[in-house]
Design a protein around this ligand. Structure first.
Ligand code: NDP
Length: 247
């Protein structure tokens, strides 16, 4: 991968990672900490977040923090309170990786279940928007802030049976583009990553017959995740970037 950064590229930076307890988010939290960032671990399963906390602690990286939050039920007020807590505890925020996501139920379009659709849209789109709104004032105070959304190949080319998940990822790409345009004259850089097929439990749910050993691991795709948070990635803005070559 061509995304090169220095070994301590994220030193002094405070970065929030959503869905930090498992899969790609877990690895991003570890990789950001390894590059010197103070990482705020947000997720719905405290045990998983604590395990990541312990791994970061054992690395000797800056002490992380945990925010237990279920994005399915969280309201605007939760995100406002969260922004206040981050400001009080760290005095700053330099990056947000919007990684948490729900796959929902894959089904023919005419069988999309309304409840499942609402849940997927709530976590993948609305909660992500509300969180971004609440954190923007803090991010704008940073000299060099980054917001990274997570999309999917089905977020720019629809595919049969991917229903609500694909619809939510199209919305995510739209949100990224709208926000990037609005942030053009600020110090906030906004982009989206398409991880591509990656060895996680979400991928296994979507492709149960696939051999996971044929897939890139979360660690394999980290160069782009680090680059978009590092000084080296400052010129990327409004882009949707693939973390690995198309399969
Ligand atoms: P995983 O299912 O392995 O991890 C998803 C993470 O999101 C988990 O930590 C999960 O928490 C968290 N999460 C889910 N719902 C909520 C919620 N309501 N509140 C808070 N946290 C929540 O998925 P991946 O690591 O594979 O996916 C990460 C991102 O990458 C997603 O946005 C996904 O759409 C995207 N992506 C993944 C691809 C792949 O091949 N893996 C391909 C394309 C895109 P918990 O562990 O507690 O359930």
């Amino acid at each position: 991968m061509e995304y090169q950064v220095t070994s301590n590229a994220l030193a002094g930076r405070v970065i929030l990672v959503t869905g930090a307890g498992a899969g790609i988010g877990r690895q991003a939290a570890l990789s950001y900490a390894e590059k010197g960032a103070t990482v705020i671990l947000l997720g719905r399963t405290v045990k998983k977040l604590e395990a990541v906390y312990d791994e970061i602690d054992a690395m000797g990286a800056p002490q992380p923090a945990i925010i237990p939050l279920d994005m399915l039920g969280a309201t605007r007020q939760h995100y406002m309170d969260m922004a206040d807590t981050i400001e009080q505890q760290f005095g700053r925020l330099d990056g947000v990786l919007h990684n948490a996501g729900l796959l929902g139920v894959l089904s023919p379009f005419d069988q999309i279940d309304e409840k499942s659709h609402d849940d997927v849209m709530q976590v993948n789109v609305k909660a992500t928007m509300l969180m971004t709104q609440a954190l923007l004032p803090l991010l704008k105070k940073s000299d060099d802030a980054r917001i990274v959304f997570t999309t999917s190949t089905v977020g720019h080319q629809g595919r049969a049976y991917w229903g609500s998940y694909a619809i939510s990822k199209f919305a995510t790409e739209g949100m990224m583009q709208v926000l990037a345009d609005e942030m053009s004259d600020t110090k906030v850089r906004v982009n989206a990553i398409n991880p591509g097929g990656t060895r996680t439990s979400m991928r296994a749910s979507a492709f149960p017959g696939e051999d996971p050993q044929t897939l890139k691991t979360p660690l394999d795709i980290m160069p782009l995740y680090i680059y978009l948070m590092a000084p080296e990635g400052i010129n990327e803005h409004g882009q949707c970037i693939d973390a690995q070559p198309k399969r």
